[in-house]
Design a protein. Structure first.
Length: 194
Protein backbone atom coordinates (compact mmCIF):
# COMPACT_ATOMS: atom_id res chain seq x y z
CA UNK A 1 0.00 0.00 0.00
CA UNK A 2 1.33 3.41 -0.97
CA UNK A 3 1.92 5.82 1.89
CA UNK A 4 3.12 9.39 2.16
CA UNK A 5 5.63 9.30 4.98
CA UNK A 6 7.05 12.32 6.77
CA UNK A 7 10.58 11.79 8.04
CA UNK A 8 11.38 13.60 11.26
CA UNK A 9 15.12 13.17 11.82
CA UNK A 10 16.80 13.75 15.14
CA UNK A 11 19.29 12.46 17.64
CA UNK A 12 16.39 12.48 20.16
CA UNK A 13 18.84 12.79 23.03
CA UNK A 14 16.27 12.53 24.68
CA UNK A 15 12.92 12.69 22.86
CA UNK A 16 10.71 15.29 24.60
CA UNK A 17 7.20 16.70 24.38
CA UNK A 18 8.34 19.27 21.80
CA UNK A 19 9.29 16.49 19.36
CA UNK A 20 6.04 14.60 20.04
CA UNK A 21 3.90 17.72 19.64
CA UNK A 22 5.44 18.56 16.25
CA UNK A 23 5.29 14.95 14.99
CA UNK A 24 1.67 14.52 16.07
CA UNK A 25 0.70 17.90 14.57
CA UNK A 26 2.22 16.84 11.24
CA UNK A 27 0.30 13.54 11.41
CA UNK A 28 -3.02 15.25 12.17
CA UNK A 29 -2.82 18.52 10.22
CA UNK A 30 -1.02 17.67 6.99
CA UNK A 31 -1.54 15.18 4.15
CA UNK A 32 1.16 12.87 5.56
CA UNK A 33 -0.10 9.35 6.36
CA UNK A 34 2.62 8.49 8.87
CA UNK A 35 5.49 10.20 10.61
CA UNK A 36 8.68 8.21 11.10
CA UNK A 37 10.90 9.56 13.86
CA UNK A 38 14.30 8.61 12.48
CA UNK A 39 16.89 8.23 15.22
CA UNK A 40 20.18 9.49 13.81
CA UNK A 41 23.27 7.71 15.17
CA UNK A 42 25.52 10.60 14.17
CA UNK A 43 24.41 13.96 12.83
CA UNK A 44 27.37 15.48 10.91
CA UNK A 45 26.70 18.80 12.70
CA UNK A 46 26.81 17.42 16.27
CA UNK A 47 29.52 15.97 18.50
CA UNK A 48 28.99 12.25 19.08
CA UNK A 49 30.47 12.15 22.59
CA UNK A 50 27.42 13.86 24.12
CA UNK A 51 25.03 11.20 22.79
CA UNK A 52 23.49 8.31 24.68
CA UNK A 53 24.00 4.99 22.92
CA UNK A 54 21.84 4.53 19.82
CA UNK A 55 19.73 1.71 21.25
CA UNK A 56 18.78 3.76 24.33
CA UNK A 57 17.66 6.72 22.23
CA UNK A 58 15.68 4.38 19.95
CA UNK A 59 14.08 2.68 22.98
CA UNK A 60 12.94 6.07 24.31
CA UNK A 61 11.44 7.05 20.93
CA UNK A 62 9.66 3.67 20.73
CA UNK A 63 8.06 4.05 24.14
CA UNK A 64 7.23 7.73 23.50
CA UNK A 65 5.22 6.92 20.33
CA UNK A 66 3.54 3.67 21.41
CA UNK A 67 0.16 5.42 21.98
CA UNK A 68 0.27 7.29 18.64
CA UNK A 69 -0.73 4.99 15.74
CA UNK A 70 0.50 7.43 13.04
CA UNK A 71 3.95 7.85 14.63
CA UNK A 72 6.69 5.23 14.19
CA UNK A 73 10.20 4.94 15.60
CA UNK A 74 12.80 4.21 12.92
CA UNK A 75 16.36 2.90 13.22
CA UNK A 76 16.86 2.99 9.42
CA UNK A 77 20.11 5.00 9.74
CA UNK A 78 21.75 2.55 12.18
CA UNK A 79 22.97 0.33 9.36
CA UNK A 80 24.05 3.14 7.02
CA UNK A 81 27.53 4.69 6.76
CA UNK A 82 28.25 7.44 9.29
CA UNK A 83 28.08 10.34 9.63
CA UNK A 84 24.52 10.16 8.31
CA UNK A 85 23.68 12.39 5.37
CA UNK A 86 19.98 12.86 4.66
CA UNK A 87 20.43 12.51 0.90
CA UNK A 88 21.92 9.00 1.36
CA UNK A 89 19.18 7.94 3.79
CA UNK A 90 16.49 9.13 1.37
CA UNK A 91 18.06 7.20 -1.52
CA UNK A 92 18.15 4.07 0.65
CA UNK A 93 14.50 4.49 1.73
CA UNK A 94 13.31 5.03 -1.85
CA UNK A 95 14.97 1.76 -2.84
CA UNK A 96 13.71 -0.19 0.21
CA UNK A 97 10.12 1.16 0.05
CA UNK A 98 9.43 1.88 -3.63
CA UNK A 99 5.67 2.28 -3.04
CA UNK A 100 6.07 4.99 -0.38
CA UNK A 101 6.77 8.64 -1.02
CA UNK A 102 8.96 10.38 1.52
CA UNK A 103 8.90 14.00 2.67
CA UNK A 104 11.24 15.75 5.09
CA UNK A 105 9.99 17.45 8.24
CA UNK A 106 12.22 20.28 9.41
CA UNK A 107 12.15 23.38 11.54
CA UNK A 108 12.46 26.74 9.87
CA UNK A 109 15.94 27.04 11.44
CA UNK A 110 17.03 24.06 9.30
CA UNK A 111 15.50 25.60 6.17
CA UNK A 112 17.70 28.65 6.76
CA UNK A 113 20.83 26.46 6.57
CA UNK A 114 19.45 23.97 4.04
CA UNK A 115 21.87 25.06 1.27
CA UNK A 116 24.73 23.76 3.50
CA UNK A 117 23.28 20.22 3.44
CA UNK A 118 25.00 17.66 1.24
CA UNK A 119 23.19 17.58 -2.16
CA UNK A 120 20.35 19.79 -0.89
CA UNK A 121 19.31 20.48 -4.50
CA UNK A 122 18.79 16.73 -5.13
CA UNK A 123 16.73 16.45 -1.94
CA UNK A 124 14.48 19.37 -2.91
CA UNK A 125 14.06 18.05 -6.43
CA UNK A 126 12.85 14.64 -5.23
CA UNK A 127 11.10 15.37 -1.91
CA UNK A 128 8.74 17.86 -0.33
CA UNK A 129 9.91 19.75 2.75
CA UNK A 130 7.33 20.19 5.51
CA UNK A 131 8.52 23.17 7.54
CA UNK A 132 7.31 24.06 11.03
CA UNK A 133 7.98 27.43 12.71
CA UNK A 134 11.00 27.93 14.96
CA UNK A 135 12.32 31.05 16.62
CA UNK A 136 15.85 31.45 15.29
CA UNK A 137 18.35 33.98 13.98
CA UNK A 138 18.70 34.89 10.31
CA UNK A 139 16.43 34.82 7.29
CA UNK A 140 15.17 32.08 5.03
CA UNK A 141 16.85 32.33 1.62
CA UNK A 142 14.35 33.98 -0.77
CA UNK A 143 14.72 30.97 -3.11
CA UNK A 144 13.09 28.77 -0.42
CA UNK A 145 10.38 31.21 0.73
CA UNK A 146 7.99 30.39 -2.14
CA UNK A 147 9.62 27.19 -3.38
CA UNK A 148 6.98 24.74 -4.71
CA UNK A 149 8.43 21.86 -2.64
CA UNK A 150 8.29 23.80 0.65
CA UNK A 151 5.05 23.20 2.56
CA UNK A 152 4.63 25.39 5.61
CA UNK A 153 2.72 23.75 8.46
CA UNK A 154 1.48 26.07 11.15
CA UNK A 155 2.50 23.83 14.06
CA UNK A 156 2.90 25.18 17.60
CA UNK A 157 6.24 26.86 18.30
CA UNK A 158 8.08 24.58 20.72
CA UNK A 159 11.05 26.18 22.45
CA UNK A 160 12.23 23.10 24.30
CA UNK A 161 15.66 21.68 23.62
CA UNK A 162 17.19 18.34 24.51
CA UNK A 163 20.34 20.25 25.53
CA UNK A 164 18.32 22.20 28.12
CA UNK A 165 16.75 18.95 29.39
CA UNK A 166 20.12 17.18 29.73
CA UNK A 167 21.61 20.11 31.64
CA UNK A 168 18.55 20.43 33.90
CA UNK A 169 18.72 16.71 34.80
CA UNK A 170 22.48 17.03 35.51
CA UNK A 171 21.66 20.01 37.77
CA UNK A 172 19.08 17.97 39.68
CA UNK A 173 16.06 19.95 38.39
CA UNK A 174 12.63 18.40 38.03
CA UNK A 175 11.84 18.69 34.32
CA UNK A 176 9.39 15.78 34.29
CA UNK A 177 6.60 17.78 32.53
CA UNK A 178 8.88 18.20 29.47
CA UNK A 179 9.12 14.45 28.82
CA UNK A 180 6.51 11.80 28.05
CA UNK A 181 5.88 9.93 31.33
CA UNK A 182 7.28 6.61 30.09
CA UNK A 183 10.44 8.34 28.79
CA UNK A 184 10.93 10.06 32.17
CA UNK A 185 10.66 6.68 33.93
CA UNK A 186 13.20 5.12 31.51
CA UNK A 187 15.68 8.00 31.97
CA UNK A 188 15.27 7.97 35.72
CA UNK A 189 15.68 4.20 36.06
CA UNK A 190 18.77 4.23 33.85
CA UNK A 191 20.22 7.22 35.70
CA UNK A 192 20.90 9.02 32.40
CA UNK A 193 22.27 12.58 32.14
CA UNK A 194 22.88 12.80 35.93
Amino acid sequence: MSKKVGLFFGTFNPIHIGHLTIANHMAEYSDLDEIWLVVTPHNPHKKKRTLLEDHHRLAMVRIAVEDYPKLKASNIEFGLPQPNYTVNTLAYLEEKYPKHSFALIMGEDNLKSFTKWKNHDVIAERHELYVYPRISEGEVDPAWKDHPKVKRVNAPIMEISATFIRKAIADGKNIRPLLPDNVWVYLDEMNFYK
